[in-house]
Structure formats: C-alpha cells, structure tokens
Design a protein around this ligand. Structure first.
Ligand code: GLP
Length: 241
C-alpha cells in the first residue's frame, strides 16, 4: 500500500479528485467506484470544479457505488442515491443510465446483490475504486468479521456504524439497520484502489490498519493483498502513526 501524506482535508480532496480526473482522461469510458460519507464530499467538490473548468468530461464514464441502505428510497435525503445526486451527479455530464447504485428497496435483496455483482462484471470491472474508512475499519459497509471472500451482500450494520452515521438522520431510530454493500472480494477486484482517511477521529483505526497484519477483524486490512492501493491521509489522521 502506498501512503500519500497530506497537510489537511483540503489537500486530500484535491489529490483524490486529481486521481479520478487522470483516470477518466486516460480512459474516457472508465468505471469509477464511488464512496459516500463525509470524507468523499470534498473530493466530489473538486471533481465538479474540474468538470466546470473543462478539465474532464464524463460522457462515456460509468460509476458504481459501494453501498446503499436497505429500505431507503432514492428520494429519501439520507439515501446514498440522494447523496450522489446532490454532491456529484447533478453537476456533471455523466449520463444517468451510467450511474449504478444498489437498489435498497428491491423486493428480493439477494437477487439485487447478484444483479449488482454481474453488472460490475459486465462493465469490465472497476478501474478506480474510491474508499472511505469506518471507525471500526469497515470498507463499504463490510463490518469487522466479514469474510475477505465476500461478494455484494446484504449486511447488518454494527451499532457503532449506525451511531456514527446517525448525524445524517433526524433521530437514531431512522438509521437503517441493514445495507447492501459490495463485498470485500468485489472491492479487491478493482484495478486500482484509493483509500481516503481524514481527521483525528480516524487516527486510531488508521494506525491499526497500517501496523497490523491482515485480519478479518479489521476489514480494511484486506487491502494489503491488492497490488495497487494508495492511501491518502491527512496529518490529523496520521497523528498516531
Ligand atoms: C460509511 C460508508 C462508507 C464510508 C465510511 C466512512 O458508513 N458506508 O462508504 O466510506 O463509512 O464514512 P465517513 O467518511 O463519513 O467517515
């Protein structure tokens, strides 16, 4: 894993956006794996700026999102569909039919997982997968204990993850207790992976990730077996390293 140390969140966001711009400029029909959560917001802001400055166009590119809550409709403000529209899709020229996000409202969730996994394969796989890091080491919504062989699946969210994400909801009871997420094996099939880590709150888990051997109790350690992973971390996230 290659580690890029940056000063702060601003610099992290700028660098991450530049990675995506470069990928799409080199391969206009690239498939970009998108992440949600606060960490990715700045990256999308810079990506929108790059698009507005004519530095990149997404007309042939595709996006596949890591995850979506079970039971939230795309219109629900807290859904990852709404997040992506708000932060990125409505500002850029990627055709709507090129956006793929798991359907958290599917009647048959297991079927939806199989469909999603094959959709990624039909697209030729993910060229660059963006990832955030959960406080417990989760990637996507793959919580500690998830098999490194897992494919797209329905998962129960850890109570700590529900609490961490409760800030986006009005009350804790509204936070879904399940999600559909790409599995760890799905993530590892991506050609390149970019993990973004920012802030003091992530310092402990980043330190564990960098120092520990591969273990299913820290899902992000699965990334250690991938040949092309870059971590961009800011000084606060690296304060314990
Ligand atoms: C969330 C999401 C992940 C995200 C991670 C970190 O629960 N499912 O995709 O990367 O946890 O989130 P944040 O960037 O808000 O800390």
């Amino acid at each position: 894993m290659k580690l890029i140390k940056v000063k702060n969140y601003e610099e992290l966001s700028k660098k991450a956006s530049a990675f995506i711009v470069e990928t799409v400029n080199q391969k206009p029909n690239a498939v970009i794996g998108m992440a949600t959560g606060s960490t990715a917001e700045g990256t999308y802001e810079y990506l929108v700026k790059a698009f507005q400055n004519d530095e990149v166009s997404f007309t042939e590119a595709h996006s596949v999102n890591l995850d979506e809550y079970v039971g939230l409709s795309p219109e629900n403000d807290q859904s990852y569909h709404a997040y992506m529209d708000h932060h990125l899709f409505k500002h850029i020229d990627m055709p709507a039919e090129n956006h793929f996000i798991p359907d958290g409202e599917a009647n048959d969730l297991q079927d939806e997982c199989v469909r999603y996994e094959s959709r990624i394969e039909e697209l030729g796989g993910v060229d660059l997968q963006l990832l955030g890091l959960g406080h417990n080491g989760h990637i996507g919504f793959n919580e500690p204990g998830t098999s490194f062989q897992s494919k797209t699946q329905v998962v129960d969210l850890a109570e700590s993850t529900r609490k961490a994400n409760a800030r986006f909801f009005e009350v804790m009871e509204e936070v879904p207790d399940q999600a559909i997420t790409m599995g760890i094996a799905t993530i590892l099939k991506s050609k390149r992976i970019l993990l973004l880590v920012s802030g003091k709150g992530k310092a402990e888990i980043l330190n564990k990730l960098l120092e520990s051997e591969q273990t299913e109790s820290i899902p992000a350690t699965a990334l250690k077996e991938h040949h092309d992973v870059t971590i961009i971390a800011d000084a606060d996230a690296l304060s314990l390293f």
